[in-house]
Design a protein around this ligand. Structure first.
Ligand code: SF4
Length: 380
């Protein structure tokens, strides 16, 4: 059992950015597979299952925190509401209530079930947890989880339908790529056919489906195969959401050994921009596509397919058609937090600030790309 660190419930290390406002409930620990070469999330940590009783205890602890917050709110004259002033007070006095306080402040509607593979829990146990959660928090509207496509493919549509009826609304799946050679090379432990089967079953059960694509996963040598096969797999599934991520060479990933040996050559920013372009050109889906991660180069890739395809392609083309100097300015500004979008470069003040950083790097004889690689490796 892992430490609960001053709070009466367990928490896993990660959640999708789109679940920033969700209450995090840990239903199992770490990842049952944990071998993907590019993934640092649970390396060195062992997968284990939590019992239904343990999870119910956590849900009851959240409930108790909610009731305590409401009592405090009445005592301080806020009529039961959890607002910014009450949060400031509890931050000083009852910091263990802050997570539930923030959740209620943001609406208290969304829950994310951790860790890496929520569907790895036996279907009847997951159903029991979901009913209990809805009973304790009847105002919750959205309950989501990460799952491996392989696990989803092993579930029957009937099981997934029962899970949906009990309250699960969305499943986040890391497809990463639809290319079988890359899936094998990266030790993803799943084939493209299984990715498609798992995704289709989730949709058939009436669950909302988010599929994640990892830009750069094919490196410089296999980027076209990576993207073309990913587009084909996504077209076969037609998920509700496609979320773009960019491969990051974090310190503890096994893929770094391959980079050092020269057997994997990482993609550059121009390359990942071309990947987005090729993907958009080949998708025939009806998905909402989002680039919602700070490591992605082009955050404004967001829209409904197919109708927004041309607008999104225009974003990529605008980047690719910029002069090398302007692209270098954008890359640096984006990674240092000056820009979120290409349009931000039109702000003269910000543009000049980024230029100043570039000139300082040049004066110090520092290569911008190496500086960015070091900066990101430290940051991520
Ligand atoms: S299955 Fe997901 S969480 Fe597990 S190692 Fe692979 S990418 Fe990481």
């Amino acid at each position: 059992m892992e430490a609960k660190e001053n709070v009466p419930f367990e928490q896993g290390p990660i959640r999708p950015p789109s679940e920033a406002e969700s209450l995090l409930i840990r239903i199992n620990r770490n990842c049952p597979w944990n071998r993907c070469l590019f993934c640092p999330a649970y390396k060195g940590k062992k997968f284990s299952r939590r019992t239904v009783e343990e999870i119910k205890e956590d849900i009851l602890a959240f409930k108790e925190a909610e009731q305590k917050l409401k009592r405090l709110s009445f005592n301080y004259g806020y009529g039961g509401a959890v607002g910014a002033e009450l949060l400031e007070l509890i931050y000083q006095q009852d910091p263990e209530l802050i997570q539930v306080g923030l959740w209620l402040y943001r609406g208290g509607k969304n829950v994310f079930l951790q860790d890496a593979d929520g569907l790895a829990m036996a279907a009847d146990k997951l159903v029991a947890i979901l009913y209990f959660l809805k009973e304790q928090f009847p105002t919750v509207e959205r309950i989501t989880t990460y799952a491996r496509a392989k696990t989803a493919a092993k579930r029957t549509v009937e099981q997934l339908t029962t899970i949906r009826e009990a309250g699960l609304t969305r499943v986040h799946i890391g497809m990463e790529t639809g290319n079988d050679a890359l899936l094998a090379y990266m030790c993803k432990g799943v084939t493209a056919a299984e990715q498609i089967e798992g995704g289709k079953k989730i949709k058939e059960a009436g669950l909302s489906l988010s599929e994640y694509v990892l830009l750069g996963l094919g490196g410089r040598d296999a980027w076209q195969e990576h993207i073309m096969d990913t587009a084909a797999a996504l077209n076969a599934v037609d998920p509700h959401f496609i979320r773009l991520r960019t491969l990051a060479l974090r310190h503890k990933i096994p893929l770094l050994d391959h980079v050092e040996k020269g057997t994997f050559i990482p993609q550059e920013d121009e390359g990942t921009a071309r990947e987005v372009k090729l993907l958009l050109e080949n998708l025939t889906v009806h998905s909402y596509i989002v680039s919602d991660h700070f490591l992605n180069l082009l955050e404004e890739i967001e829209g409904q397919l197919p109708q927004d395809r041309l607008r999104l392609l225009d974003v990529v083309n605008r980047y690719l058609e910029m002069s090398p100097e302007r692209r270098a300015n954008y890359r640096l500004g984006r990674r240092l937090g000056y820009y979120r979008k290409l349009l931000d470069m039109e702000d003269r003040n910000r543009f000049s600030q980024v230029e100043e950083v570039r000139h300082n790097l040049q004066k110090q004889g520092e290569d911008q790309e190496q500086f960015l690689a070091k900066y990101l490796a430290r940051y991520v």
